[in-house]
Design a protein around this ligand. Sequence first.
Ligand SMILES: *Cc1c(COP(=O)(O)O)cnc(C)c1O
Length: 383
Amino acid sequence: MNQQAISQQAISQQAIAQQTTSSDYRVHNFCAGPATLPTAVLQKAQQELLNWQNKGVSVMEISHRSDEFAQIAHNAQNNLKHLLNIGDDYQVLFLQGGASLQFSVVAMNLLHGVADYLQTGLWSKKAIDEAKRYQSLGRIHVVASGESYNYTTIPDSQTWQLSDHADYFYYCPNETVHGLYLPKPPQVTAPIVADMSSCLLSAPIDVNQFGVIYAGAQKNIGIAGLTIVIIHKQLLGHANAICPTTQNYTQQANCASMVNTPPTFAWYMTNLVLEWLIEQGGIDAIYAQNIAKAERLYRFIDGSDFYANHVDKRFRSLMNIPFRLADDRLNDLFVANASLQGLLNLQGHRSVGGMRASIYNALNQQAIDDLIEFMTTFERQNA
Ligand SMILES: *Cc1c(COP(=O)(O)O)cnc(C)c1O
């Protein structure tokens, strides 16, 4: 390197150092979860952290039973109802324990004879394994599995072995790890239970087609610690006796989700995200953006001989896009170079390998443009 190049490099390193230490430095974060949040939401939280609503305390330091917190709780529930058009025949619960606890909670609340499960990837498989702990309450029946296809497609619904009188039909519409998405709920007679942890609020849904929808907040709705449950009121009142009070949907419904202390800060953060989403124009507007983002990335991947996504095109996720490089030995270099460009957390889930770009609501178009530009350069340098 000549002298000029060296000094230029020094200047650009200095520029990067200055940039990264600035308090508002933000990268494009493709993490599957906990995931990127809208910058405006973080700024609002920062602004009112010490002195919330001129009370001289932070929102984390007030009673969950105070009028002030009740207002946040109420607003969050109403904003969610408004965004998803949830009717009064549904109960919205704001719980704890993450989506993974719901794997058990669903069975403890609803399983009495037999429950049907569709196995489409890592998350539905985990739900099945966990529900099987409750076989004393009823049978866990897997209607079909995509395992033999490495979860790149969903078995044809004609081949599903549905039970006659299932307590519920369980599935995961968006398999976060495998990047597999079933946009429309299946045609079944049993009440549908859906783990929407990585797709709730990303696309329009008709809540009336579901018995229970639940989601951990940290992908697309807020921060870790809060789990959203939307349940048809007819499904309340059937919990098994072994169900702990805090996990009993009916008791939580009767106590406005405050059987015990709820995750107040996570609840507050979710409300900020919901307000942000309403400002963006709601679900239809964000959905249009999500489609545009995903289509651009898939088109680029499909147009390249160097990158590949193996998911059946009918079932490709809008939120989580796994892809492989032509040579797995380049994976580490890809991730390292991407980080240097401010493109973070692109490594795939350890069970699948390769890469994965999680492109939730809060990730903007610019992030997709920058990722594609980086991928183009990387391919040119390494193909
Ligand atoms: C992340 C994820 C989970 C697990 O969520 P936790 O809150 O960590 O328990 C479950 N299901 C799906 C579809 C997910 O994406």
